[in-house]
Design a protein around this ligand. Structure first.
Ligand SMILES: Cc1cc2nc3c(=O)[nH]c(=O)nc-3n(C[C@H](O)[C@H](O)[C@H](O)COP(=O)(O)O)c2cc1C
Length: 181
């Protein structure tokens, strides 16, 4: 039987690290609020206005989305608890860059998206930044047919106030579409 419960989203979400240059230094914040918005190569992140990272995205017009593997859970949690407004997080990870845009990417993360802001949507005390993907990097060991394999990437799942990793594949996306032909 169904029970009506509180109007809040429960997850699961993938934990990512949003990166931006702030006053010339790389800074990273942990986010659950990121995702795709269409079939175009575009991602959104939603950042609280008071975050250090937010000022960098506004300043430069670029951000990165870095997908940490589960072995980076402690550093990921750190970047989600400590603000660059008070503590320099520029050396928590090794940063690398691409000429397509001024945002730092995390070398230790197996997948990195570099995004150029194309739209900004105020959302209460947050801002949603919609970014066109201008460069993508992936560790070769995580690739299968030139695409990142999620099981090899081993992302961090946020749910039930905890961090989890992925288990096995249990189905194929669009398998049921054959029934519609
Ligand atoms: C698991 C987790 C998920 C988070 N998700 C978000 C989020 O989606 N959006 C956001 O603005 N802050 C989120 N935060 C909080 C920021 O990561 C945190 O306040 C961070 O210290 C901000 O860093 P900064 O001020 O250096 O940018 C999250 C924190 C954690 C631990």
């Amino acid at each position: 039987m169904k029970k009506k419960i509180s109007n809040i989203p429960f997850g699961p979400y993938i934990g990512v690290l949003a990166g931006a240059m702030v006053n010339g230094k790389p800074n990273y914040a942990t986010l659950g609020a990121y995702g795709v918005v269409s079939q175009k190569p575009v991602l959104y992140i939603s950042l609280k206005n008071s975050h250090h990272t937010t000022s960098g995205v506004v300043e430069t017009g670029f951000f990165s989305v870095n997908i940490p593997s589960s072995d980076l859970v402690e550093k990921t949690d750190f970047c989600g608890c400590v603000s660059g407004n008070r503590t320099d997080k520029s050396s928590v990870f090794e940063s690398f860059y691409d000429e397509a845009g001024n945002a730092p990417m995390v070398r230790e993360c197996p997948v990195n998206y570099l995004c150029k802001v194309i739209q900004t949507i105020p959302m209460f005390d947050f801002t949603m930044f919609i970014g066109e993907i201008v460069a993508v990097y992936a560790d070769e060991k995580c690739l299968e047919n030139e695409r990142p394999n999620a099981l090899k990437v081993d992302p961090i799942i946020l749910m039930d106030s905890g961090y989890y990793n992925l288990k096995d594949r249990i189905g194929l996306v669009f398998k049921a579409c054959n029934l519609d032909k």
